[in-house]
Design a protein around this ligand. Sequence first.
Ligand SMILES: Nc1nc2c(ncn2[C@@H]2O[C@H](COP(=O)(O)OP(=O)(O)O)[C@@H](O)[C@H]2O)c(=O)[nH]1
Ligand SMILES: [Mg+2]
Length: 239
Amino acid sequence: MNVIAIIPAYNEAGTIADVVQRTRPYVSAVVVVDDGSTDQTATHAAQAGAHVIRHPQNRGKGAAILTGLAHLRQSQADAAIFLDADGQHDPDEIPQFIRCAENNPAGIVVGNRMTHTADMPWLRLQTNRVTSWITGTLAGQPIPDSQCGYRLIHRRVLPALALGTAHFETETEMLIQAGRAGYRIASVPVRTIYLPGRHSHIRPLRDTLRFLRLAFRYLARSQTTANPDHRRHSLGPGR
Ligand SMILES: Nc1nc2c(ncn2[C@@H]2O[C@H](COP(=O)(O)OP(=O)(O)O)[C@@H](O)[C@H]2O)c(=O)[nH]1
Ligand SMILES: [Mg+2]
């Protein structure tokens, strides 16, 4: 299987080079989507051997994911593995995703941090449980850790994705759309890495409201009727 890595990054100059270098042995190419960083993220990524796609302004992790998916569609790769730029995902676990995808006709393989939760902050653990239950219900199949950004997306699922969001909730939206289109969503256990003093770009109130808005939208939308209008937004790099 020809797999590329796609790393959405926003102001991760301190970690990006290490993540790129440690990812390169496992994939045919590493793409960093630098989402309007104001630090040296793009330079460090390129020096470490990544192909860098830059957004002139910060548009959100979901917008960077859309840019990455458009790149996957234009590439020769069978699948893309998405991982975070801040060192919370261990690139040495990439082969597990590829193995799972090779043995399964899954559309998406999501990392599951919920088997090792000792280091996970209590509130994050609870929100991960609740949001995973809601996402699994909306997607029509159980998903143990829907908020994990470490995931493999097979190119076969691309036609089913017409993502209308641009921030952290995009990772939820793609699971719901893939699940509703009949694709299997598989999981592989991954380690949870919570580095001391690390900073999260997630703002609990704002991003919870975005999640709930998304959930209500899909709850209201029937499982079977796709919104034809929605396809207009599919995978264009301009969003
Ligand atoms: N492209 C892009 N990536 C982002 C943005 N915000 C966060 N990220 C990246 O998404 C990943 C996860 O973000 P983070 O703040 O660590 O969230 P957390 O790990 O869930 O607390 C990191 O690799 C960030 O660099 C953004 O606005 N744009
Ligand atoms: Mg993080």
